[in-house]
Ligand binder design. Structure first.
Ligand code: NAD
Length: 270
């Protein structure tokens, strides 16, 4: 059985951990060639080694890059295209949630700027160079490849809901990702480039679990989760696979929620 991403080329940022790691493995399992990007070189090499071990027929390329730097982003897209010949899927997923990010009164400007540079500017650069590459994608019907491509940007449920446990820079950055995604989806719709945002709920990944480092902090959130548990990175990766594949060929400009019902909830079950 051919995979759902057979012969496609995907670039995934934040591929060394959490959602990016699970997504890299899932896309490889579905037959994509994967360019794996992370600022943490050791982590991205580990993902690369896992793919080589589990999916020996898949081509995988580990790249160290900081998505907040335009030159790094241009270079990572160039490397993916020169190694694999095209770029069909761009998953702008890398992001940070800084432990010193707080409310309007306590958040320092350097934390705000750092968060915006990675979470917003990083997504902008990723979209810019993906669009330039996707415009050149030739159609190859024998391999099921077509012009255009799919861009997925990781936002968050906090772009849609207010939290009384504030992280103002992070929340604002994810709202910007949603707004940017919608506009890019409209601008590039007739070029066959789809642009969607994925909004995970709170997940059991290092990003959140390092922050929720006491049982009390975990319980403060768990009471609001309809399913009574945090999500898993693989559950978000499966949503990203839908947006990456032709299964979502008529989906663009959406805020795709993978949040266990959190954003629909008022009172949760006991
Ligand atoms: P994670 O911390 O497990 O993984 C993030 C990866 O991004 C890390 O490997 C890190 O090295 C990399 N990274 C950080 N800054 C980078 C940079 N400047 N350039 C390149 N790579 C960089 O986090 P995760 O939970 O998998 O989060 C992935 C995305 O999902 C983020 O955008 C995050 O905001 C979002 N998200 C996470 C949750 C959650 O609860 N974990 C919820 C909603 C949204």
């Amino acid at each position: 059985m051919p995979g759902r991403l057979q012969n496609r080329v995907a670039l995934i940022t934040g591929a060394g951990s959490g959602i990016g790691l699970e997504c890299s493995l899932l896309f490889a399992q579905e037959g994509a060639h994967v360019a794996l990007v992370d600022v943490n070189e050791q982590a991205v090499q580990k993902t690369h080694a896992l793919i080589a071990e589990r999916y020996p027929n898949v081509k995988s390329l580990p790249i160290k890059a900081d998505v907040s730097k335009e030159a790094n982003v241009k270079d990572m897209v160039d490397q993916a295209v020169s190694s694999f010949g095209r770029l069909d899927i761009m998953f702008n997923n890398a992001g940070i949630m800084h432990p010193e990010d707080d409310n309007a009164l306590n958040t320092e400007e350097r934390i705000w700027d750092l968060t915006m540079n990675i979470n917003v500017k990083g997504v902008w650069w990723g979209c810019k160079y993906a669009i330039l590459a996707m415009r050149k994608n030739p159609t190859d019907e024998s391999k099921g490849l077509h012009a255009g491509g799919s861009i997925i940007n990781t936002a968050s449920f906090v772009a849609l809901m207010g939290a009384a446990t504030p992280q103002l820079a992070y929340t604002a950055s994810k709202g910007a990702v949603l707004a940017m995604t919608r506009e890019l989806a409209m601008v590039h719709a007739r070029e066959g480039i789809r642009v969607n945002a994925i909004c995970p709920g709170p997940l059991k990944t290092p990003l959140l679990m390092d922050f929720l480092n006491t049982e009390e902090k975990k319980q403060r959130r768990l009471v609001h989760l309809p399913m009574g548990r945090f999500g898993e990175a693989i559950e978000v990766a499966r949503g990203a696979l839908f947006l990456a594949s032709d299964d979502s060929s008529y989906v663009t400009g959406t805020d795709f929620l993978v949040d266990g019902g959190l954003s629909s909830s008022y009172v949760t079950p006991l």
